[in-house]
Design a protein around this ligand. Structure first.
Ligand SMILES: Cc1ncc(COP(=O)(O)O)c(C=O)c1O
Length: 308
């Protein structure tokens, strides 16, 4: 992954500075306990994609960890806009925005005192440019030993500062020589990749797991786009035993968009091959997602970070 040369800027509670100079106090609970929630989105032509849905998901994550966010959506939106502008970006530059809310700074004590004020950290940089081979050929995936956190332990719908489950998964997949991990739950059902949702074509049907994973906004946009365009794609449980009969595989996320997978290593070492560069269904989904982005941009032009 590489990046273009926009300077990366960070905004901590209203103070904007180059990211290399930004720091937070060691007593911040985000640092001490991973006690934080966050979102990542990107812009197209200066317009933040699915901004409202990102706020909804952030607020849902906060609710799941019993956190009350001190800042309003309006304040955070204004601060994100200021930070984007501070990079010197213009509407033609596509930026990546990561905004994180930590429960704040307090004593070293697991139980957070009531009076804590949440802290926000907004990081803006150029969008990551993935290795072009990850689109022209695709990625490789392997199943790691580690299992996805169960929904009734650390719900994967908490998009929070504790990503160790996913960090271990990607490290184990890389140890097996793969680009990405395909994480199973303890019953052998597919959940997701380390930071994207995963899809398969099985018996000519486009399917993705509905539970045990973060409800990705790219996945939601793809599912809606499929409904609009009369394409049959749906969420269902997928057991690892079905994967040998899968004929296509791809992942979705805000920064990867729709990325094909051409090779999957199962836990017993068996290899399942998929079409290089994505098969017909994967390419169809790429077009559907492109259309979803264009529709969104057409109807949300006034949200541009470059309009006052
Ligand atoms: C664990 C996990 N699953 C799925 C996704 C995909 O979500 P989205 O499509 O909203 O980027 C992400 C992205 O951050 C993620 O971290």
């Amino acid at each position: 992954m590489s990046e273009t040369t926009l300077p990366t800027m960070t905004n901590i509670d209203g103070n904007i500075m180059p990211t290399s100079e930004a720091s937070i106090p060691v007593l911040d609970r985000g640092f001490l306990y991973g006690d934080s929630v966050y979102e990542v989105f990107r812009t197209y032509r200066g317009i933040p994609l699915f901004m409202e849905a990102h706020f909804e998901r952030l607020e849902n994550s906060a609710q799941l960890v019993h956190m009350t966010i001190s800042q309003s959506r309006e304040e955070l939106t204004q601060e994100i806009k200021r930070t984007v502008r501070a990079t010197g970006a213009s509407a033609e530059d596509n930026v990546y925005v990561r905004y994180q809310i930590t429960r704040g700074e307090g004593p070293i004590d697991l139980h957070p005192p009531k009076e804590l004020q949440t802290r926000y950290v907004i990081i803006v940089k150029s969008v990551p440019i993935w290795n072009p081979k990850h689109y022209s050929i695709g990625m490789t995936m392997a199943i790691p030993q580690v299992k996805r956190n169960p929904v009734n332990a650390l719900d994967p719908n908490i998009k929070g500062g504790n990503y160790l489950n996913n960090v271990i998964a990607i490290m184990q997949a890389r140890q097996r020589g793969a680009d990405e991990s395909l994480i199973l739950n303890s019953e052998g059902y597919v959940t997701e990749a380390s930071n994207s949702n995963v899809w398969f074509v099985i018996n000519d049907e486009i399917v993705t797991p509905g539970t045990g994973n973060l409800r990705g906004l790219t996945k939601a946009a793809v599912l809606d786009g499929c409904v609009e365009q009369g394409v049959n794609a749906y969420e269902r449980s997928i057991h690892v035993d079905e994967l040998e009969s899968a004929t296509e595989c791809f992942v979705t996320s805000a920064t990867r968009e729709v990325m094909p997978v051409y090779c999957l290593e199962l836990d017993d070492g068996k290899i399942v091959d998929f079409p290089r560069g994505g098969g017909d269904q994967t390419r169809k989904i790429q077009r559907i997602y492109r259309d979803a982005i264009e529709n969104y941009l057409d109807t949300h032009a006034s949200n541009s970070f470059f309009i006052d």
